[in-house]
Design a protein around this ligand. Structure first.
Ligand SMILES: Nc1nc2c(ncn2[C@@H]2O[C@H](COP(=O)(O)OP(=O)(O)OP(=O)(O)O)[C@@H](O)[C@H]2O)c(=O)[nH]1
Ligand SMILES: [Mg+2]
Length: 298
């Protein structure tokens, strides 16, 4: 599903233009020099700064050392990493709606991503229900409500200050009764260091199971690409509290450090499902390794 259209391909190239110009230009500048130890050290530094992480940066350099076409070698190695099978996978719904939980730290782009993802499903002809599970702030409920109005989507809103599990329970119950195909539940931003808030996620998960026993089918962690290597820590800790099935990487349009995608997938094997490349509803694409890698090193 979510076929990557040609316009999507051009969009992805444009979105990665910052990464491309910065990483690609730097890599090319370094590789213009003779491929000696000093050059390889410089290359390692450039890759490290693009958020590939130290392990991967070194691994890439070792591949380049034995190659007479460094750019192609790096592209091939990046594709090799991204084509490895993921360690986890979401599920399709057996009966009843597919339930997708959206989690992440404050301001990472959860609410916006809920709306964008809902729009993608709607375009595929699916009946979508949004659940305003960030009951922490009234503004958060309003924000999702505004998106729902704009995109003409159903949205269940609970009381501000109420129990998020209750809102999500209501949304999944309503979706099941009314024959919706997909429920996308927004949740409050939470710091990975706050254990009580992290435990709340397990409660939300159990609540979903009460209505749809095989759900939630997907738990997507939303990561802000501009936070760099900290995104990796977030992924590790969220994954401990609630097993993630996929990642949404936002704000790639504003990041010169697109290498975080490789680094996270290499370390965790959690598939990157979608990327956010702007604030508008269509600035959102299913992730696909090929155009990403081509953009990254070209
Ligand atoms: N440039 C850019 N901005 C984005 C993207 N995704 C979200 N944003 C912006 O980031 C800001 C925060 O987005 P939200 O969706 O409200 O983030 P959130 O995770 O729900 O935030 P909290 O609910 O406060 O934790 C908003 O101004 C969004 O428009 C993206 O892919 N690119
Ligand atoms: Mg939000």
């Amino acid at each position: 599903m979510f076929s990557l259209l040609k316009s999507g391909l051009n969009k992805i190239r444009k979105a990665f233009s910052r990464t491309r110009s910065l990483l690609g230009d730097k890599v090319r500048a370094v590789l213009r020099k003779p491929l000696d130890e000093e050059t390889l050290d410089e290359l390692e530094q450039v890759l490290f700064e693009a958020d590939l992480g130290s392990t991967l940066a070194l691994e890439f350099v070792e591949h380049v050392r034995r190659s007479d076409n460094p750019i192609k070698t790096m592209q091939n190695h990046a594709k090799e990493i991204l084509h490895k099978p993921p360690h986890v996978q979401g599920k399709e719904a057996k009966e009843g709606p597919k339930v997708i939980l959206i989690v992440g730290v404050n301001g990472s782009g959860k609410t916006t991503s809920c709306a964008k993802l809902a729009r993608l499903y709607k375009e595929e002809g699916k009946k979508v229900m949004l659940a305003a599970g960030d009951t922490f702030r009234a503004a958060a409920i309003e924000q999702l409500g505004t998106w729902a109005d704009k995109l003409k989507l159903d949205c269940i809103k609970g009381k501000s200050g109420g129990d998020p599990s209750a809102t999500i329970f209501d949304a999944v119950t309503a979706a099941k009764a009314r024959g919706h195909d997909v429920v996308i539940a927004d949740t409050a931003g939470r710091l990975q260091s706050k254990t009580d808030l992290m435990n709340e996620l397990s409660k939300i998960k159990r609540t979903v199971e009460k209505v749809v026993p095989d759900g939630p089918h997907e738990i997507y962690l939303v990561l802000d690409a501009t936070t760099g290597q900290n995104a990796l820590d977030q992924a590790k800790i969220f994954n401990e509290f609630t097993p993630l099935t996929g990642l949404i990487l936002t704000k790639l349009d504003g990041s010169a450090k697109g290498g975080i995608i490789l680094s996270i997938y290499h370390q965790m094997g959690i598939p990157i499902r979608f990327i956010g490349i702007g604030e508008k509803e269509d600035d959102f694409l299913p992730f696909s390794p090929e155009p990403y890698v081509d953009a990254l090193f070209s």
